[in-house]
Design a protein around this ligand. Structure first.
Ligand code: SF4
Length: 49
């Protein structure tokens, strides 16, 4: 997968603000129509243990 910058350092896939997951899934966040990036969310997020 190409380089994905991500600043969610609470995610176990995050290393130095780069995503190390083999693949990710992004979905809309909430029930409203998505108009900006704020309306999207990474569904692959997994909290660090
Ligand atoms: S899985 Fe999603 S939240 Fe976690 S590091 Fe990758 S892009 Fe960020």
């Amino acid at each position: 997968m190409g380089k994905i910058k991500c600043v969610v350092e609470e995610c176990k896939y995050n290393e130095n603000q780069l995503c190390q997951a083999g693949e990710i899934e992004v979905r809309s966040s909430g029930s409203m129509s998505v108009m900006t990036s704020d309306g999207t969310a990474c569904d692959t997020f997994t909290p660090r243990e």
